[in-house]
Design a protein around this ligand. Structure first.
Ligand code: ADP
Ligand code: ZN
Length: 722
């Protein structure tokens, strides 16, 4: 009987499958192979399995081929198993995140090139002379590169090949990015920066597992500081992963990396072309690429010798994936570092409560930078009580804020108005009959987008042209917009400051990432006077001329039932106002609110962030919320309400009794219908130190089989409660 191996396929199976090994093929764990699956051939990974499923010899199918690719490391395989166990996902679905670039499993195709063959041409023209000058020392050139450099047409080169003066050769594909030079440009660091960077350098040199929380105010130079750790890891011959929440928009990050290391890092996110992603994937596996900056999915790249992970803006909710495998990239990055026994740096100006508690308890090394680089001061923050200083009827900017913007404008400085609402208005209604425009597939109001003359659902993407007449009573021209979105706010700004250059920064405006990058550049260069932006404007950008930031609705986000609402609001408002005054000089941040006495707003306005952390941490501890307890959400959806509710109740009934674990619900989800699916939620709570996974596994085993249109999603450590 021939040998068999376990193979993990990128499918939702509970376990690896068993395959036969063909005569003469040698396979070990981590090898990438092609195997038959039904009528298909799929790429999969040879897995370490203690016990293999016995397969009848007649049914046993054989591995088709082994890819010519460095194997997936033991550390990465262990990580996949760990993530699968923790999130209760089939391991194959986690492995699927590694097998993202199937084209990369084969060696990159060689490039066709030409080289001097040692023979002189029959007739020496000027064009031929130039080509000979370039090629004579023996270097290989691509045809297009050579014709560019020599300023000739391709036909001249082809002619020389025919005569045997040049010959065609194959050269292996070069690296997608050049090697970073850790000593290319070393900035002069300041006191606090030196202390923090010394620590990071030590960690990187030591090379064993250790978590550092780099907590520095906006503008303190966190990037410069962790670059020193990155430089040390490179010197140690290690690869580095830098995770960024919105990498597509942070082209300035790539520029800064280049300034420090002489080259750009490898880039991994959805806006990189598939071909480039394949090259990067391959060259990380072979070790040719040393540093990658990427979105959360970069955590599943096949590094050959990873030696340091940096998670920038570690508090950012963009790190949570809520689709197929629900995972938090920051938390899983710590797990990966632990398994690989390497150091990891979490950086933020507003660390998550979880990370702060870990730092307070001494589980993470706490590196604090309280001052901005270069003596720049933080903006002076003030609340504007909208009850006392209301904007004129139908407007949203209070007179105090208008005055501050006017002042900035006069001083040739920039202002930023922040409102976390895309579109023109969040609700449209008919003044005559009161009809409200609602999405047909979701339980949400349609948002008016006036530029596009559309009503849009922000949950399912449905859109329809804005009608002239009310669909309910037929009255013409009596629709009114309720509440502000950034488009409406910009309209008000243009009315107030008709001569100022005003720009709306919002992810839904046409032009995509390219246009956004250009716009961010334009702001940084001072080509814009007033920016009206959604949360995009809050993300780590460096706008040197920004001196006035106004938050239009600081209460937005405080009111929902999310246990992290206060934390999120604190982080967002601190980040937004932190855009002001980064290049020195006086700057202000205004928070418009109806609840100026709210502790979160008080903490921000008084600059007493420690008060916020203390209060929030005490609150979490008292209500035994994370990190003082564990949560998991179960979301049941179905095409009918009764089906969804019925199944959610059945789950509740199947819940085993266990010490320290309780289950709440089912309750209709706050957004009860999305894409014509009714949604119910259950929330599982575990006391500190109680592991939820074994209990959840028992629960799902005891629950009735999922049938019909029912779908069940499990979200361990949920970030969203909608
Ligand atoms: P943070 O990420 O903490 O908000 P950054 O790393 O973006 O801060 O730094 C803010 C600005 O100060 C950037 O323009 C950065 O280049 C500059 N900067 C910080 N530290 C130094 C330094 N030691 N030398 C030169 N420039 C620095
Ligand atoms: Zn919808």
């Amino acid at each position: 009987m021939s040998a068999t191996v376990s193979v993990l396929l990128p499918i939702p199976a509970e376990r690896p499958y068993t395959y036969g090994v063909p005569e003469g093929m040698v396979l070990s764990a981590g090898d990438y192979v092609q195997v038959p699956l039904g009528p298909r051939k799929v790429a999969a990974i040879v897995w370490d399995s203690e016990q293999q499923d016995k397969v009848e010899p007649k049914k046993l199918r054989e591995v088709i081929s082994k890819f010519d690719c460095p194997p997936l490391s033991a550390e990465a395989r262990k990580f996949i198993d760990w993530v699968a166990t923790y999130t209760l996902s089939p391991p194959g679905m986690v492995a699927k995140m590694v097998l993202r670039a199937p084209g990369a499993l084969d060696p990159l195709p060689a490039t066709q090139a030409v080289r001097y063959a040692g023979k002189e041409p029959e007739k020496l023209t000027d064009a031929r002379k130039r080509i000979l000058e370039l090629t004579r020392e023996g270097m290989a050139w691509t045809k297009s590169g050579l014709s560019h450099a020599a300023g000739t047409s391709a036909s001249v080169i082809n002619g020389l090949i025919k005569q045997g003066v040049l010959k065609g050769v194959e050269i292996p594909a070069g690296p997608v990015v050049a090697l970073p030079d850790p000593e290319y440009f070393q900035p002069k660091l300041e006191h606090e920066q030196i202390d923090a960077s010394d620590h990071l350098i030590k960690m990187a040199a030591d090379g064993t597992f250790c978590v550092a929380l780099l907590d520095g105010v906006t503008g303190s130079g966190k990037t410069e500081v962790y670059f020193e750790g990155v430089a040390e890891a490179i010197k140690q011959g290690k690869q580095v992963l830098i995770l960024l929440p919105e990498i597509a928009l942070t082209s300035s990050f790539l520029d800064r990396f280049e300034k420090r290391f002489g080259v750009r890092p490898g880039e991994w996110h959805s806006d990189v072309s598939p071909k480039k992603r394949e090259h990067l994937w391959r060259q990380l596996a072979t070790g040719e690429v040393r540093v990658v900056a990427g979105a959360r999915s970069a955590l599943f790249l096949p590094f050959k010798e990873l030696g340091l992970i940096v998670v920038d803006e570690e508090h950012d909710s963009a790190y949570k994936q809520e689709d197929r495998v629900y995972y938090h990239a920051r938390d899983m990055a710590v797990v990966r570092a632990n398994i690989a026994n390497i150091p990891i740096v979490l950086a933020s100006a507003t660390p998550s409560i979880e990370s702060r508690v870990n730092a307070d308890r001494g589980r993470y090394t706490y590196l604090r930078m309280e001052n901005r680089y270069g003596g720049a001061t933080l903006p002076e923050l003030k609340t504007i009580d909208l009850r006392k200083n209301p904007p004129p009827k139908g407007s949203f900017i209070s007179p105090i804020l208008v005055e501050a913007m006017d002042e900035a404008l006069k001083n040739k400085k920039q202002s930023l108005l922040f409102l976390n609402r895309r579109g023109y208005a969040p609700l449209t209604l008919c003044r005559v009959c009161g009809h409200r425009f609602e999405c047909n597939s979701c339980s949400t109001w349609l948002v008016e987008h006036r530029f596009r003359r559309q009503l849009q659902c922000h949950h399912c993407g449905h859109n329809e042209p804005t009608p002239e007449a009310c669909p309910s009573c037929g009255t013409l021209d009596h629709l009114v917009a309720c509440g502000p979105g950034v488009e409406r706010l910009a309209e008000e700004v243009v009315g107030l400051f008709p001569d100022a250059r005003t720009l709306i920064l919002s992810s839904d405006l046409s032009g995509g990432v390219k246009r956004l990058r250009l716009e961010l550049d334009a702001i940084a260069k001072g080509e814009v006077d007033i920016v009206v932006g959604t949360q995009l404007a809050a993300k780590g950008h460096n706008f040197p001329l920004m001196t006035c930031v106004g938050v239009i609705d600081a209460d937005l986000g405080l009111a929902n039932g999310d246990p992290r609402a206060a934390e999120r609001t604190f982080q967002l408002l601190s980040q937004v106002t932190g855009r002001a005054g980064r290049a020195g000089g006086d700057s202000v941040g205004y928070l418009q609110t109806y609840q100026a006495e709210h502790p979160v707003l008080q903490a921000i306005a008084s600059g007493d962030r420690e008060a916020f952390y203390e209060r929030e941490i005490a609150g979490r501890e008292a209500s035994r919320l994370p990190p003082y307890g564990r949560l998991a959400a179960i979301i049941v959806s179905a095409s009918s309400k009764s089906e969804a509710e019925g199944y959610a109740r059945a789950i509740r009934r199947a819940a085993p009794m266990a010490q320290g674990i309780s289950i709440l619900g089912p309750a209709e989800a706050p957004i009860a219908v999305v894409r014509e699916r009714y949604r119910f939620r259950l929330l599982v709570h575990g006391e500190l130190g109680v592991s939820l996974q074994p209990w959840l596994r028992k629960l799902f085993a005891a629950a009735p089989k999922v049938r019909g249109s029912i779908r069940v999603n499990l979200d361990v450590d949920p970030q969203s409660f909608l």
